[in-house]
Design a protein around this ligand. Structure first.
Ligand code: SF4
Length: 369
């Protein structure tokens, strides 16, 4: 049983104008307590029988996060999900998240079987950046290095020079700028402008937005800060600039987790998908986490801080795909090879950073590209 939600998102019609578009999300009804336990037992058994491993995003239902961890899988951001899936020995990966995450897993591991609880779980950034329009945008800026966010289709990735996640975008763009590159950025305009402000890079932007983070409101956040003057504000950079300006820490989901663990505070206001609160509260049981306001009672709220497509991942769908082997991701092999190039660049770059190795050899000087 599902609830069907209508979702409005924006798609650029030119470099500066956006038009509303409509999509839908099929959100499963929560199982009752007995059914929930039975589904979890069935999934544990099927994971073993199918030699499968779960990879879940921080924004999916807490049950899918907990099951992934207790069965030897991973809960993480999209960068670590991609890396873990590629390196794990299991031949079947069950990706709980949205479609581009399953596609990225397939591109990196074409020999593996990638299953998802619901293949229609998508993302406003992916939907709002169709490949034909994006290719025309790139064609209009032939002198720019194309950097795309992970939240894109395989076709858009195939056109890119670099793929980034919010965890590594600043480092990659800074390195490109240092080597003389001018950047074409897509699809999230808020993340792109945050990176431009931080790095001073020469960038042009695709005009996309995340329907969850785009809804956080600075005015209401200021009022909440006044109510909790002791609280630190943690903001994901897909949020609007006036919300980012109020942050004590800005960063990816992993960076937000790190800030909550290490900052000298016991109360935090969190501006990202509220699926993150499960991990934040589990890791910091003595700290208080408050959702940043989306002005959710107003007419403009499209998500109320929870992604309707992440919400499509449920226990019943997961059990079913493991049982039947349905909902498999397929990518045309030639397209997958092209789309893998920018992903491999990102993984090599972030691995070098992590190991304290120089990254200059991985980023060509613009004259030598
Ligand atoms: S939270 Fe935003 S960026 Fe993430 S999948 Fe949903 S719409 Fe896309």
């Amino acid at each position: 049983m599902h609830t069907l939600m209508e979702v409005e998102y924006e798609q650029p019609t030119s470099e500066s104008v956006c038009a509303p578009r409509h999509a839908w999300a099929r959100v499963p009804v929560e199982p009752g307590p007995a059914e929930r336990l039975a589904l979890k037992d069935r999934i544990r058994r099927l994971l073993k029988e199918r030699n499968a491993v779960m990879v879940s995003h921080y924004y999916v239902h807490p049950d899918l996060q907990d099951l992934a961890e207790e069965t030897g899988g991973l809960v993480s951001d999209s960068l670590e999900m991609a890396r873990f899936g590629r390196d794990h020995a299991a031949q079947t990966l069950v990706v709980s998240g949205v479609r581009f995450m399953g596609e990225t897993a397939k591109i990196l591991s074409p020999e593996k079987r990638i299953l998802m609880p619901d293949l229609d779980a998508t993302c406003s950034l992916d939907l709002g950046c169709p490949s034909a329009e994006f290719n025309a945008f790139c064609d209009a800026h032939p002198d720019r290095t194309v950097v795309v966010y992970a939240n894109t289709s395989a076709e858009v990735k195939a056109r890119a020079d670099w793929l980034v996640t919010s965890g590594c975008a600043l480092d990659v763009v800074r390195a490109l700028k240092d080597q003389g590159h001018k950047i074409l950025w897509a699809p999230d305009k808020h993340l792109g402008s945050y990176i431009q402000r931080e790095t001073g890079a020469d960038m042009v932007f695709w005009n996309g937005a995340c329907i969850v983070h785009d809804e956080f409101k600075a005015f209401e956040l200021q009022a909440l800060k006044a109510e909790h003057p002791e609280a630190k504000v943690l903001v994901h950079p897909e949020s609007p600039a006036d919300v980012v300006a109020l942050a004590d820490a800005v960063g990816s989901t992993s960076a937000i987790l790190n800030a909550a663990r290490t900052m000298d505070a016991t109360t935090f206001i969190v501006a990202t998908d509220n699926g993150m609160l499960h991990k934040l509260r589990t890791q910091n049981p003595h700290k208080l986490f408050i959702e940043a306001p989306t002005a959710g009672n107003s007419a403009t709220c499209k998500s109320c801080a929870h992604c309707p497509w992440m919400a499509m991942n449920g226990l019943a769908g997961l059990a079913q795909v493991l049982e039947l082997g349905t909902n498999e991701i397929h990518i045309d092999p030639a397209l997958g090879l092209r789309a893998r190039v920018p992903i491999d660049r990102m993984l090599a770059f972030t691995a070098a950073l992590k190991n304290g190795q120089p990254t200059t050899g991985l980023v060509p000087h613009i004259g030598a590209a």
